[in-house]
Design a protein around this ligand. Structure first.
Ligand code: HEC
Ligand code: HEC
Length: 281
């Protein structure tokens, strides 16, 4: 039995009661690419979890089916938009992403390694921070707004070319202090409800909370197309929503805190396949 934490959470869980295990299903995209949706937990989690699981396993039959076929996956429209943007020159240098990076497929190995330490800048960067660095400093173009339109579309496109590759973020070396900071945020109780990420996604995954089936809160499927708001959603925006649900003040997408949290949460899914753009309710 997983432990319940906090009086309010216990009430929330009790009103629905049921424990619904993740489905026993395999995710094969376009009938050809089998993704790893559950695997042994990475070493740094071995005291707490045996297995890590994609959020896909906690969604209903129809939602799962939408993600298994690119024609049915509404997120793919945004990926196509980003492929156009990839080839479009912008900014004072008259360059497009493809001027320097060639085909987007050449970036297949990139997504799974982010957030990643950038030596020259001396910081941990998310994929969106890196894209904006290219835009501002190499193209002479304006930075894209975090987790919005073009930025989230491009992140989804870079995820799509990496689909099936493992999440594999580095947590040691110069990235370690950001990782520690993200870990601390993950286990800190916030808000009037005094709940941490772990209270829901580590202690209670598999349980029903209100009408929702709690997953491990992994981000290997991000960006995520949500049926609820019919657009792509970034991991930072999801974190913001979850923190708000604990009735706490929250950080903004792109903030240092959420960069740290993204690194930490990504590392909890090391070994799962990149699935983005995935489909969720
Ligand atoms: C003028 C050349 C140039 C253009 C144009 C350019 N980039 Fe880059 N990009 C680079 C260089 C050089 C690096 C490596 C920089 C570094 O490590 O600091 C890089 C790194 C990256 C990386 C990280 C790769 C990795 O292996 O970690 C991503 C992602 C990226 N660029 C995306 C984009 C996108 C998206 C665009 C268009 C919006 C773009 N770039 C436009 C030169 C460019
Ligand atoms: C009160 C319980 C609760 C807390 C606390 C909470 N979440 Fe969530 N979270 C949910 C629910 C419910 C969902 C939607 C169902 C699901 O995917 O688990 C969700 C979804 C997510 C997802 C999307 C997973 C996917 O595959 O689409 C991520 C990522 C996530 N949460 C991360 C976090 C992080 C990081 C924190 C701490 C800052 C946090 N959550 C705190 C309840 C919570």
């Amino acid at each position: 039995m997983r432990k319940l934490t906090g009086a309010f959470l216990a009430t929330l869980l009790a009103t629905t009661g049921a424990i619904a295990d993740p489905v026993d299903d395999t995710l094969i995209v376009n009938e050809e690419l089998e993704l790893v949706v559950r695997t042994a937990a990475p070493d740094h989690l071995s005291d707490t979890l045996d297995e890590v699981m994609s959020g896909w396993l906690f969604r209903g039959t129809e939602t799962r089916a939408m993600q298994a076929d690119d024609f049915d996956n509404p997120g793919m429209i945004f990926v196509e938009q980003a492929q156009d943007a990839w080839n479009t020159a912008e900014g004072t240098e008259g360059k497009s992403c493809s001027s320097c990076h060639n085909d987007m497929e050449s970036m297949a190995g990139v997504k799974g390694t982010y957030p990643k330490w950038n030596e020259a800048a001396g910081e941990v960067r998310t994929l969106q921070m890196q894209m904006n660095d290219c835009r501002e400093n190499r193209m002479g173009a304006e930075a894209w707004k975090y987790d919005k339109g073009d930025a989230i579309n491009m992140e989804a496109a870079l995820a799509a070319v990496a689909r099936g590759m493992p999440v594999n973020v580095a947590i040691d070396g110069p990235a370690q202090s950001m990782w520690e900071k993200g870990k601390e945020l993950y286990y800190t109780r916030t808000g009037q409800l005094e709940l941490s990420c772990a209270n829901c996604h580590e202690d209670n995954y598999g349980n029903m909370i209100r009408a929702d089936h709690l997953s491990q809160g992994q981000i290997n499927g991000f960006p995520v197309y949500r049926l609820k708001n019919t657009k792509l959603n970034g991991s930072h925006s999801r974190f913001k929503g979850c923190v708000r649900d604990t009735r706490a003040e929250t950080y903004n997408p792109g903030s240092e805190e959420f960069v740290a949290l993204e690194l930490y949460v990504a590392s909890r899914g090391n070994g799962l396949s990149i699935e983005g753009p995935s489909v969720r309710n």
